[in-house]
Design a protein around this ligand. Structure first.
Ligand code: FEO
Length: 169
């Protein structure tokens, strides 16, 4: 495997684990705010990010490439209100999309078609994650200022259940 592609794939393990950490922080914010449905939604989001990290980890191992684990940064977003939390999620997903695109670009440059095929799932997944993050913001804009509506939105988010990623390595 190309050195740069290897480095970026290895780094992505850390970025996905940081994503899990960020979503745990957001889940914790909502738990403190008494919105257990939102807390549930972000807890499941954190689980999905751990799954993403493991997919990169497993892919490198399957390719007989070395995995090097680095320190995970502290969640650094300042969250002072519900909307801050949702916007931090969207901003972060856009950043992750840019990282996936960077790895894809590096793989494309060296005709690493296997890595490109592996990343195809993440390209689609990032589209879904950005849509979900945008939807959360729209719903909060529409219903967040009315306590009764916020309660119902919280109930809706409480119903989210975890499902394992469709990509299996
Ligand atoms: Fe692993 Fe939310 O992207």
């Amino acid at each position: 495997m190309d050195k740069k592609v290897h480095e970026l794939l290895n780094q992505q393990i850390n970025k996905e684990l940081y994503s899990a950490y960020l979503y745990l922080d957001i889940s914790n914010y909502f738990e403190d705010a008494g919105l257990d449905g939102f807390a549930n939604w972000y807890m499941i989001q954190a689980q999905e990010e751990r799954d993403h990290a493991m997919l990169f980890y497993k892919y490198l191992q399957n390719e007989s490439m070395k995995v090097t684990l680095e320190a995970i940064d502290k969640p650094d977003k300042v969250i002072t209100c519900h909307m801050d939390a949702l916007k931090a999620g969207l901003e972060h997903e856009k950043y992750v999309t840019s990282l996936i695109n960077d790895i894809y670009g590096a793989a494309y440059d060296v005709r690493d078609f296997r890595t490109m095929q592996f990343l195809d799932w993440f390209v689609k997944e990032q589209g879904e994650e950005e849509t979900n993050a945008n939807d959360m913001i729209t719903k909060m804009e529409l219903f967040g200022s009315d306590p009764k509506s916020l309660y119902m939105l919280n109930q809706e988010l409480a119903a989210r259940v975890y499902s394992a990623p469709s990509l299996v390595l």
